[in-house]
Write a new protein. Structure first.
Length: 493
């Protein structure tokens, strides 16, 4: 049982050791970036393996939810939980972190000695993201969220050579701090109403609702709403999305992929545990709020993405719409979690791949990515154009892509919960959203390229990232059942 007690936090310990190893190798040993990358890559890979071990120790084979041969079931403490939900999240987050490191490597090579600091921040951010997934206490969830957020604030303005990058970092920091204040105040109000910030166990939030009739709902409802607002900001759901387009456009091309995809992945996993597990008994109170936020998100995200002339801003606003699509699954409570996991996992891979390609097209240190830079990409780099086209079609939900399967899953969950109006609205915006994805494809394949434009050559690290992203898009579009079987067992029970 001692090993079981250590296993839930083992990935964080590995990432901490990796972070210290990167800094030590740069400062004390004077090693170059190859050693930094090797240390960070090994740390992320070991963390992913440990997450797989967590799953296996819980008997996480398809069709089972309970015990392993050693008699281990769900491991819970007042602060952390190790269950199939957190184990699956760990595999997804650490794998995404490894892809994010590869996507950022062209940027790291331009940073010189400061590259070690960037790599260390990336490891710290990934540790914070996983902390959000394994938190069984709202206070630890807040601390994990801030660990990831502060790392991303710094990464957004890390190059220090462009005013728009500095503006992006400052805007991200200021608005993020406001959202964090709202979130922690929501935790305080929930504690005032319930008397605990722990989700599981005797005296926890679930236990409170099982043994207590809530008569004064006002404070509790306000607390839940403020928690939704705080987490809604992190996943850029409308109307809390104002920061995303400017930050994504201004941040270095090599860094923005993990910033966008990682926060989406961990943020929605946290929303799933807090609402579907912690406040499941109050679903009648918060599900309608989630549905309204989802509706606003799909409308605003689609409408604003359609008028953009910059690929990064377009991906940011489409991310607002995708946040709305994922939230449609949350309206079904625990019954929508498997759909949420499938959608957000495949979406994160596609989004990271798209931003990685944007970093190649306009440069790993650059911010804006105007359509003019993408004109005639099919002649300058056919592989980048084809990969981006596949990813955009996946994001648009074209059949035989993972995006299509994901949308079916989340819309089915929302329909089963009785939110047919939301499903109809989401379907309409999905069709409209194809316009701006096809617009980018038209720019890449039809618009002429300028005569003085040089061919583009992607590095092996970036090729690896978009190859994996395209593989996820196609594989889980054609053969989704293995992943669907896994996520059906990965529930925050």
């Amino acid at each position: 049982m001692q090993n079981a007690a250590l296993l839930p936090i083992a990935p964080e310990l590995v990432l901490l050791i990796g972070m210290l190893g990167v800094v030590t190798s740069a400062v004390l040993l004077g090693r170059d970036r190859r050693e930094w990358g090797s240390i960070a890559g090994v740390a992320l890979a070991v963390a992913a393996v440990l997450a797989v071990m967590q799953w296996l120790s819980l008997g996480g084979e398809p069709g089972t939810l309970h015990y392993s041969a050693r008699g281990l079931s769900i491991v819970r403490s007042p602060m952390v939980v190790m269950d199939a939900y957190s184990a699956f999240a760990g595999v997804a987050i650490f794998s995404l972190g490894l892809l994010g490191l590869l996507a950022a490597w062209d940027l790291v090579e331009t940073l010189g000695d400061r590259g070690a600091e960037f790599v260390a921040l990336l490891l710290l951010a990934v540790a914070g993201l996983h902390g959000m997934a394994m938190s069984s206490n709202l206070v630890l969830l807040f601390l994990s969220l801030e660990t990831a957020s502060i790392s991303f604030y710094v990464m957004a303005g890390f190059t220090r050579d462009r005013l728009d990058a500095d503006e992006a970092a400052l805007k991200y920091f200021l608005l993020g701090s406001l959202a964090s204040a709202v979130f922690v105040y929501g935790i305080a109000l929930s504690f005032a109403a319930i008397g605990s910030t722990t989700i599981y166990g005797a005296g926890g939030i679930r236990d409170f609702f099982s043994n207590t009739i809530v008569t004064e709902r006002g404070v509790l409802l306000v607390g839940i709403v403020m928690i939704i607002v705080g987490l809604g900001f992190k996943v850029s759901a409308a109307p809390f999305h104002q920061w995303a387009p400017d930050v994504y456009q201004g941040a270095p091309g090599g860094a923005v992929g993990l910033m966008a995809a990682g926060v989406k992945l961990a943020g929605f996993i946290a929303i799933g545990r807090v609402l579907a597990a912690g406040f499941a008994a109050q679903i009648d109170q918060w599900a309608s709020i989630i549905a309204i936020v989802a509706g606003i998100s799909v409308i605003l995200g689609t409408s604003l993405a359609a008028v953009q002339k910059d690929v990064k801003r377009l991906l940011a606003y489409s991310g607002v719409a995708h946040a709305g699509y994922i939230l449609t699954a949350v309206t079904a409570g625990i019954f929508g979690i498997s759909a949420l996991l499938f959608y957000v996992t495949t979406y994160a891979a596609m989004l990271l791949g798209a931003f990685a390609i944007a970093g190649v097209v306009t440069g790993p240190r650059e911010g804006p990515s105007p359509f003019a830079a993408w004109a005639g990409l099919r002649t300058r780099s056919p592989e980048l154009a084809m990969a981006m086209a596949v990813l955009l079609l996946g994001l648009g939900g074209i059949p035989f892509t993972a995006g299509f399967v994901g949308k079916i899953q989340v819309f089915t969950a929302a329909a089963s919960a009785g939110y047919l109006w939301l499903v109809v609205l989401a379907l309409l915006t999905t069709v409209i959203g194809l316009y701006f994805y096809l617009k980018v494809i038209k720019v890449m394949f039809i618009d002429p390229v300028a005569d003085d434009t040089d061919p583009i050559e992607a590095s092996i690290t970036t090729r690896t990232v978009f190859a994996v992203a395209v593989g996820v898009t196609i594989l889980f579009g054609l053969v989704p059942w293995p992943l669907l079987d896994i996520v059906r067992d990965a529930l925050p029970l």
